[in-house]
Design a protein around this ligand. Structure first.
Ligand code: PGA
Length: 255
């Protein structure tokens, strides 16, 4: 019902793909295709591509994001990048809590929360990922699990700061597998998350927050997913690496 009040956000998650040179090329292909978008367009790229992406997106309507950040401002954390470092470069967005970080790099709800806190303190906008494994869905605990992930991630986040939080519902079984959640499944869980936000921060906050779906969203299935009342955009992996496909999703979100 309040979907019209929320701006859709289509964000690409390039994961561990593209060199800086390739990043420039891909952005140069995407930019003209999305210039009239009636939604926010973001590309989240590997750390080493950020500088190239910031330059390539200058003067365009494409925002730039990182794919993770550490929670400390600086210090003895070999291999890590702080939220402050990202902000100092001019990066605006950061993905936090992606399931690949949770699965392969030991990310927990508690470290997700610390990273969210650091990103907000640095002035970044967070794309916070939550989602269940297939076994959890089969066990019937999706709603509880996603609610818990959301609550823990947002501990200590004020209602005002919520304006810089985008939540991405990404069922792990749908990521990179070609198995998209049905539009109804996606909408159902996005609605659960919206209720969690309303419970924590009030109805207006629930109605105002942007909730994306992610997991094998592509040029073909985007319109049906984005048509759902509680799906406000998408976090796009594979399809964000192909300019025409990504642009088609942006186009679907602009309608
Ligand atoms: P996918 O990835 O679109 O390739 O499934 C989505 C994501 O991991 O954000």
């Amino acid at each position: 019902m309040n979907k019209a009040l929320r701006k859709a956000v289509i964000a690409g998650n390039w994961k561990m793909n593209k060199t800086p040179e390739e990043a420039k090329e891909l952005i140069a292909q995407i930019a003209p295709l999305v210039k009239d978008a009636d939604c926010s367009v973001v590309t989240c790229v590997p750390f080493v591509d950020l500088q190239a992406a910031l330059e390539a997106t200058k003067g365009t309507n494409i925002g730039v994001g990182a794919e993770n950040c550490h929670w400390e401002k600086s210090g003895a954390y070999t291999g890590e990048i702080s939220a402050d470092m990202l902000a100092a470069m001019g990066v605006q967005y950061v993905i936090i809590g992606h399931s690949e970080r949770r699965t392969y790099f030991g990310e927990t709800d508690v470290t997700v929360n610390k990273r969210v806190r650091a990103a907000l303190d640095a002035g970044l906008t967070v794309i916070l990922c939550v989602g269940e494994y297939l076994e959890q869905r089969e066990q019937g605990i999706t709603a509880e699990l996603v609610a818990m992930q959301t609550k823990i991630a947002l501990q200590g986040v004020s209602k005002e700061e919520l304006a810089r939080i985008i939540i991405a519902y990404e069922p792990v079984w749908a990521i990179g597998t070609g198995k998209t959640a049905t539009a109804d499944q996606a909408n159902e869980v996005c609605a659960v998350i919206r209720e969690v936000i309303a419970g924590l921060y009030g109805r207006d906050a629930g109605d105002g927050i942007t909730i994306q779906y992610g997991g094998s969203m592509n040029a073909k299935n985007a319109a049906e997913l984005l048509d759902k009342p509680d799906v406000d955009g998408g976090l796009i992996g594979g399809a964000s690496l192909k300019a025409p496909d990504f642009a088609a999703i942006v186009e679907a979100a602009s309608r």
